[in-house]
Design a protein around this ligand. Structure first.
Ligand SMILES: [Zn+2]
Length: 311
């Protein structure tokens, strides 16, 4: 594995750290493209990185859930390793990156929920005064967000804010006593009510992706289906991703699935979409686990980047 020059893999990965790393990556590697697909509730940029120039288009995203910020670091680490391999004309995990560059465009949104991550890592420090009371109330009257806050700054779970089995999910939400903004699993007033979700759907609608991967933690699991309407080859690709990572293919329960990004993607575009639950342990996974998890996720990402060409 190549040495790490830019992406910081040993500290709490806030939006500020991400911003610096993106700027450094972009100025170091002129062949990549970066930008913003929109802003969070508190106006933080939702950055994207584009690697490659191929017709096959793959979308990787991470940290829909605040406690799962290690997925942002995994994606940034991948972006840097890709850049180094491309520049040095080296293989990465046996993959010819020059060839990958020409065949596939990889779009990465490493941090979908920067406000939630800031709450987990910095508490209420950066929150405007007029918003603090609500957040404490939504967090079960606690000002400790470090172990349980998964939502965005309005108490909406960003992986339950999509138009995919919306009514079924709402019914299961009521059964589970979730009636309004809270730390996890509240789906919001309506699909795409949140700026982060709206930015992701707009970007996706405009991009014609062939495959999407959403990184979450934890469980070492791959969720590949939605109802029975996913494309026929979704399972076959899922098996390849499982082989590459050692993770297991899973079919979700109603409460964990539905109204998620990959569900919406499969339903809307009839193309393969996957939720990857990386690592194992209690969220937030310790940053010390990063390299072990990366060794599982790197081959999975590379496999996903070529899977729709080979199908
Ligand atoms: Zn998650």
């Amino acid at each position: 594995m190549t040495s790490n020059n830019i992406v910081n893999t040993s500290i709490d990965y806030t939006h500020d750290v991400l911003t610096k790393d993106i700027i450094k990556l972009e100025s170091r590697y002129s062949f990549i493209k970066t930008g913003s697909i929109g802003q969070s509730v508190f106006d933080r940029d939702l950055y994207y990185i584009k690697l490659g120039a191929g017709k096959n288009k793959v979308f990787l995203n991470g940290a829909f859930h605040s406690l799962e910020w290690i997925t942002s670091v995994l994606l940034m680490k991948f972006a840097e390793d890709y850049c180094q391999s491309y520049e040095n004309i080296e293989k990465l995990e046996g993959y010819d990156i020059k060839k990958l560059y020409n065949n596939t465009s990889i779009y990465i949104v490493p941090m979908v929920n920067p406000d939630g991550i800031d709450l987990v890592l910095n508490g209420l420090k950066n929150i405007p005064n007029d918003h603090k009371e609500d957040l404490i109330k939504w967090n079960n009257d606690s000002n400790d967000f470090s172990k349980r806050w998964q939502a965005n700054a309005r108490g909406v779970d960003l992986n339950h804010n999509y138009d995919a089995s919306w009514n079924d999910y709402k019914a299961s939400q009521v059964k589970n006593n979730i009636t309004g903004p809270t730390n996890t699993r509240y789906s919001g007033r309506c699909p795409e009510s949140e700026p982060e979700t709206a930015a992701i759907t707009k970007f996706t609608r405009n991009s014609n992706f062939d495959l999407v991967l959403a990184l979450h933690s934890q469980g070492k699991e791959i969720y590949w289906n939605y109802g029975n309407i996913e494309p026929e080859f979704s399972k076959k690709i899922g098996e390849k991703l499982a082989n590459a990572s050692g993770y297991s293919l899973k079919t979700p329960t109603v409460m964990a699935s539905n109204t998620g990004f990959k569900d919406w993607f499969i339903k809307t575009f009839n193309k393969p979409g996957y939720t990857i639950e990386v690592g194992r342990g209690k969220n937030p996974l310790p940053i010390e686990d990063l390299y072990d998890i990366y060794s599982e996720v790197l081959p999975l990402i590379l496999e996903a980047s070529v899977a729709t060409i080979q199908k």
